[in-house]
Design a protein around this ligand. Sequence first.
Ligand SMILES: [Fe+2]
Length: 291
Amino acid sequence: MSADATNGPPPGARPDWTIDQAWDRYTDAEHQVWITLYERQTALLPGRAADPFLKGLDALDLHRAGIPDFARINEELKRLTGWTVVAVPGLVPDDVFFDHLANRRFPAGQFIRKPEELDYLQEPDVFHDVFGHVPMLTDPVFADYMQAYGEGGRRALGMGHLANLARLYWYTVEFGLLESAEGLRIYGAGIVSSRAESIFALDDPSPNRLGFDLERVMRTPYRIDDFQQVYFVIPSLRSLLDVTVSTDFAPLYQRLETARDIPIASTEPTDRVFTHGTQAYALAGGRTQAA
Ligand SMILES: [Fe+2]
């Protein structure tokens, strides 16, 4: 999920892989892609997205026409939580990514998907990164969690356990669900930026929806090519931050070296089960079948 670091940053990028957003150079057609995606997601998300996400979306005023200018977002984001968004040409190497997060900088793809790729894309673009990720960075607790993740990522790299830690990112930052008094809500960027998964993650009977447990999550593989077969539900953002900063990851990584991976679709006796999924979607072949 990261760029190859061996050749250094691509031409035109700075040593930390950032580039200018060059907002003036987006075409009308590119702005229109943002508007189309923005309008259909915001029509879908009330009653589905977690409150901190919806509040962040409002605070950043992302509904102005077209792809947002990062300089304008950063004025408000910096004031709220001290985070900034920096433009990058695409995926960046793990150590570069962690260094940005540890310093409260979120690297966002500068480019936007093509009109014919509205529903699926290989690399995160500006819509996934800014619409999907940045609203949550206006929440002070989530903002601290993301910084803690960046610091933990640097340590995990040093200890050779990045694959385990990446699962934490995947099942929270990208595909996390949050429990609320009104029911389950989505906060993961991979869900809120996808029309189909915004529906699937909450409404479809196929996936398991299980209570979040740090070690359990780090033993669970994930799908990068299709809807998730399992989603993990946190009781609050505070609980996620607390368990991340209070856990000593070194002995945890040691235990994980001998612990088996938990099959992606299984439930364990210790799981808190919100939904025992049918797995019907995956069993029918998933996206391959639907295509
Ligand atoms: Fe993402």
